[in-house]
Design a protein around this ligand. Structure first.
Ligand code: PLP
Length: 403
């Protein structure tokens, strides 16, 4: 099928709400860690649709499972049982230790559910005034009202205020400020074990220590937002475990469906006991299509994908460290597994992303100065090496003469 690229852009500019500043490329096809645009140009995809295409593109097992499910039954609503929700929830329970799952269609809805469940927990347990939340500077938890209220970025928040009240932000670099922020009204602390949109900032062990202490001393619930960093991305099922954090609630999304929109709010039995029939719901959440996709992903995760992430992650990290030695424009690299950020000068960040695109490489910029890499968890050594070569060329073009 021939695609008229200009027409695609024009129709979209006319009818689609203009909230995304799109990269001027029309992607039409993918295979593994590679995608192709309408002109047939090939790109190595080191972003995987912002950490979503966890099994790569057009994964044959996922594609077959989705097609088979479509031929059987796609949706029943949550009025009925179907065979797959329990299977996904039990796989998530054995990976996380969190024994109950509420299914959503996106990350922000999973966060939203966790915030509601934290409130519900204290309402049920005789402390209805424990309604407040503590979140971190540089956080990103989504765009709905609740999740936006715990997202720190002022430009996202300002046009929509007033948001949900009672949120205090503390600096992730000042663990003691968390002690001071917790009060008898605090319901929960919400953190990303590695902050994603904020610029790939792993939570420090010192901060994790204080979170652990504060939660143990005050009963404050911990919500670990693993939407971007969880589900194998950092070489463990969940990055909170790496930090020895034991969350009460955990929103998931992105990787879980491998591209089929599915999210989940995981919780302990203690939290689940506070939630009653009718307290929350979703028409689509956990439908057969979503669950079938999630099962394919979770099967892969349990069948060696995490080992592969560790091997691939070490290779990628070594390559990035070599680049950091070569180019003074790279000030720092941060991350784990297959989640990396290169902190570069603000003046070159976006230019490098553009130069990479010219080289046939998809990466993106977040938090002004950070070039972010979230490749498919299945990425091959060859694609890592080819991606690093293209990144090297892109940085060289941009910084030639300045390093
Ligand atoms: N939480 C984190 C840590 C995220 O990275 C994101 C998305 O980037 C979200 C929540 C929101 O997820 P979604 O865009 O699926 O609503």
């Amino acid at each position: 099928m021939t695609i008229d690229v200009n027409q695609v852009k024009q129709v979209e500019a006319t009818y689609v709400l203009q909230v995304y500043r799109r990269i001027p490329v029309v992607l039409v096809r993918g295979e593994g860690s590679r995608v192709y645009d309408a002109d047939g140009k090939e790109y190595i995809d080191l972003l995987s649709g912002i950490g979503v295409a966890s099994l790569g593109h057009a994964h044959p097992v996922l594609a077959d499972a989705i097609a088979a499910q479509a031929h059987e039954l796609l949706h029943t609503s949550n009025l009925f049982f179907h065979p797959l929700q329990g299977q996904v929830a039990s796989a998530l329970a054995s990976l996380s230790g969190l024994t109950r799952t509420f299914f959503t269609n996106s990350g922000t809805e999973a966060v939203e559910a966790c915030l509601k469940f934290a409130r519900r927990y204290w309402f049920k347990n005789g402390s209805p005034s424990r309604t407040e939340l503590i979140a971190l500077d540089r956080s990103f938890h989504g765009r709905t009202f609740g999740s936006l209220s715990v997202t720190s970025e002022a430009s996202y928040r300002k046009p929509f205020e007033p948001l949900v009240p009672g949120v205090t932000f503390v600096s992730p670099d000042d663990p003691e400020s968390l002690h001071r922020a917790v009060s008898g009204r605090t319901a929960a602390i919400i953190v990303e074990p590695i902050q994603g949109e904020g610029g790939i900032w792993p939570l420090s062990p010192a901060m994790a220590d204080v979170i652990r202490t504060v939660c143990a001393d005050t009963g404050t619930l911990l919500i670990a937002d693993e939407i971007q960093c969880g589900l194998g991305r950092t070489g463990r099922p969940f990055h909170s475990a790496t930090l020895d954090l034991r969350p009460d609630l955990m929103p998931l999304g992105k990787s879980l469906g491998g591209g089929v929109p599915v999210g989940a709010a995981l919780m302990t039995e203690r939290v689940a006991e506070a939630i009653a029939f009718g307290d929350h719901g979703s028409t689509y959440g956990g439908n057969l299509l979503a669950c079938r996709a999630a099962l394919v992903f979770l099967d892969a995760l349990q069948a060696g994908l995490i080992d592969r992430v560790n091997t691939a992650g070490a290779r990628l990290e070594a390559g990035l460290r070599t680049l950091a030695e070569r180019y003074t424009a790279i000030r720092e690299i941060r991350g784990a597994g297959l989640m990396w950020g290169l902190d570069v000068d603000k003046t070159v960040a976006e230019v490098i992303v553009g130069a990479a695109l010219d080289q046939g490489l998809i990466i993106n910029r977040t938090a002004d100065t950070v070039i972010r890499l979230l490749p498919p968890l299945t990425i091959s050594n060859d694609d890592i090496d080819a991606g690093l070569t293209r990144l090297d060329r892109a940085i060289e073009t941009v910084t030639a003469g300045t390093t």
